[in-house]
Design a protein around this ligand. Sequence first.
Ligand code: M6R
Length: 332
Amino acid sequence: SEQDETILRALQQNEEIVQGICDNMRNAAGTFFIGCGSSYNACLTGSYLFSKAAKLHVNPVLASEFENHEHFLTDKTLVFAVSQSGETADVLDAVNAAKRRGSRVVGIVNRDGSILARESDGQLFMNSGPEICVLSTKTYTSQVVLMEMLAYALAGKYEEGLKKIGSLYLDIYKLTSRSMREYLAKLAAILYDKRDIYLIGRGAQYATALEAALKIKEVSYIHAEAFAGGELKHGPLALIEEGVPCIVFVSSDNKSKILSNAEEIKSRGGYIIGVASEREEIFDYWIKVPEAEELNPIIQIIPMQVLAYQLAVYRGLDPDKPRNLAKSVTVT
Ligand code: M6R
């Protein structure tokens, strides 16, 4: 993994452009964040960050569902289109709709010269370098870095944000170290023949759970499904039986609530895998990550990407080329 370096590259932005985008956000009458797949999960993460750090409401919408919201668009609306490739047809359709209604479009893209980069009124670049694998990994973390950066800037803490995000470099490096990979390989050996894996989180960790589930299902073909912790009692608990694995994302701000959700699963026989900075009694398996508070969304997805990769390897699959999927989805 090169994500210790790519997060630093994502931080290399022109401050004036970032502050200008923040002004656009403060002044807009309605802000949408649209994307597909992992890029949408980054949008959802952003929506939690902006709400908490900057008290600013934005609407994260799947690009393929955006047509249902188009009637809200005016020349005062701001639309962020998030796409690694800058070629995703669902995203480009949404951008065209926004432009037809005179809304301002900001593209969060990896590739300069992509259609989205050309079509948007403002751009933020991920600077991740080419991503060959069908799975988004480094570009996902870069998208989340950009969301975090915007959240800090909106809260008037741009410089502090750059420092804090930049200081994750070493943590990310350690999370992809050999010993961590070996530890996750042991977990993959426990999980690789399971039919289902469930994942839970609250707040931004719910978005992380969705992204981790997407990675696992894309590459290992295991049914992986994420829930917001508080939703368990509204249906998903019926799925839990002896030995069903559940990955639980713990953050200092929602620790007691998510652990009590984990307890709901454990008491029905579930096997609990905690992604947390501290070992809890309830964990059957513990993936140790540093507590990075509002920056947890950057940190906690890394071991999940490694785990997904290892699940594919255990199942004899090629992690770079999942069946039925293309890197750029240029059809609607
Ligand atoms: O190029 P984009 O960011 O627009 O792609 C969006 C999705 O197709 C993409 O994130 C997809 O979900 C990945 N395969 C996830 O790993």
